[in-house]
Design a protein around this ligand. Structure first.
Ligand SMILES: NC(=O)c1ccc[n+]([C@@H]2O[C@H](COP(=O)([O-])OP(=O)(O)OC[C@H]3O[C@@H](n4cnc5c(N)ncnc54)[C@H](OP(=O)(O)O)[C@@H]3O)[C@@H](O)[C@H]2O)c1
Length: 258
């Protein structure tokens, strides 16, 4: 299956779950992008084994980058490293995928749980977007005459249905997760702010809900294999245009209300 993605792409949190599957499907597409930077907070740790094997099979395409999105210095260092390896200094697509969840009922949630989850899920995508912005701007400028798209220059923030304030009454009892929901609702606002801020540069910013996916985070009860979620998301990414800027869509392209 063609991924529909081209140019250079960075995926954060790409050593397992949805991030690993994103990198795998893009790399194994018959028309892969030209460069994939696979962010991983601990490339030498046991959780990176599958990503390393994948990168080994696609040595010319995949570069593993040490990137802890909860550390400002790590994000800066990763931006420097990626910048020195980008073709023409341009990054076409940033996928802010890294995320965490913790047991999160009201009684389980204190300051530490709220702040830790916020730092990774909300501050992380903000810092990564900020530090990689010069490369996204360069890509947008190089393809200046084209419409906004993930092929030109875009930021995708992986959000969730659980971020939706309007839908909360329909699913709160099923997933009473204070830190996670609050952090992802903030990701939606980050998405809207970035979309407004960067539209004059021609950079598209959209939030995506990947579905309830069979990963370590989603658990074994989840109905959707990562393979199907990612197949769907890549199709959605390939068709995103200016009208999707600042919106939250699901993995099949359906809009989710704030
Ligand atoms: N699974 C679902 O049903 C579902 C539903 C809605 C939204 N999402 C969202 O989809 C994204 C991916 O979730 P997933 O299901 O693939 O989760 P996962 O299986 O738990 O994988 C999370 C990934 O994020 C990485 N990560 C966590 N904190 C990081 C940090 N500070 N710096 C860099 N990487 C970090 C992890 O790396 P380590 O191996 O180092 O921990 C891992 O690669 C998340 O944003 C999640 O909120 C998932």
């Amino acid at each position: 299956m063609a991924s529909g993605m081209c140019g250079s792409i960075l995926v954060t949190g790409s050593n397992r779950g949805i991030g690993l599957e994103l990198v795998r499907q893009m790399a194994e597409s018959p028309s892969p992008p030209s460069q994939i930077f696979a962010g991983c907070r601990n490339p030498d740790g046991p959780n990176a084994k599958d990503l390393k094997e994948l990168a080994q099979r696609h040595q010319k395409l995949i570069t593993i980058v040490c990137l802890d999105t909860s550390s400002e210095s790590s994000v800066r260092e990763a931006a420097k490293q990626v910048g020195s390896r980008l073709n023409n200094g341009a990054l076409n697509l940033l996928i802010n995928n890294a995320g965490i969840n913790v047991p999160g009922t009201l009684s389980e949630s204190g300051q530490k749980e709220m702040v830790d989850v916020f730092v990774t899920n909300t501050v992380g995508p903000m810092l990564v977007s900020k530090e990689f912005l010069p490369y996204l701007k360069k890509a947008a400028a190089q393809l200046g005459s084209q419409e906004m798209s993930c092929r030109k220059s875009a930021v995708i923030n992986i959000s969730t249905l659980l971020s939706s304030i309007e839908k909360c009454h329909t699913n709160f009892a099923f997933a009473p997760m204070y830190p996670y929901r609050v952090s992802k609702a903030a990701v939606n606002m980050l998405t809207r702010c970035l979309a407004e801020d960067l539209k004059s540069d021609g950079i598209l910013v959209t939030a995506i809900h990947p579905g309830w996916v069979q990963t370590d985070m989603g658990g074994s009860q989840a109905p959707l294999p990562a393979e199907d979620s990612v197949k769907g998301m890549l199709k959605v990414f390939a068709n995103l245009t200016e009208k999707d800027a600042g919106n939250l869509l699901d993995w099949e392209g359906n809009p989710i209300p704030w």
